[in-house]
Write a new protein. Structure first.
Ligand code: ZN
Ligand code: ZN
Length: 133
């Protein structure tokens, strides 16, 4: 299928994906975007399968795309923090796979902060990793 081919060519941006707030999509979310734990994308942002890709430049604090507006999601601060944690996880997983290191070692040594946070927006990522252990 076309989906599979395009996935193979696209660089790995799974850790930049955020779930879009379903209530927001129905205009029913009562939380402002800086309080809701899901993304509230504006009209110019591309939504695919209920998810948006966060703007990497925006996370770094310097997205200049205005005309036309950026098609990536500019996350509020708490989602940026979440993405940075995801990014570190992602790198740790990648390094673990590359170096054939026990995953647990990498996770506990590099990111001790992560365990109390139960927010896991990428179940598919962890599921795809587990059979490799
Ligand atoms: Zn919401
Ligand atoms: Zn942007």
């Amino acid at each position: 299928m076309a989906m599979v081919n395009s996935l193979a060519n696209v660089k790995d941006s799974r850790w930049l994906q955020l779930e879009v707030c379903r209530e927001y999509q129905r205009n029913k979310c009562t939380r402002p975007d800086h309080e809701c734990k899901f993304a509230h994308p504006t009209n110019n942002v591309e939504v695919q399968n209920g998810r948006v890709i966060a703007c990497y430049d925006s996370i770094k604090g310097r997205c200049n795309r205005e005309k036309p507006p950026c098609k990536y999601f500019h996350p509020p601060q708490h989602l940026k923090d979440q993405l940075l944690i995801n990014g570190r996880n992602h790198l740790a997983l990648k390094n673990a796979l590359l170096q054939q290191m026990p995953l647990q070692t990498v996770l506990t040594s590099q990111i001790p902060m992560v365990s109390p946070i139960t927010f896991t927006p990428f179940p598919s990522l962890s599921q795809s990793i587990i059979p490799l252990l």
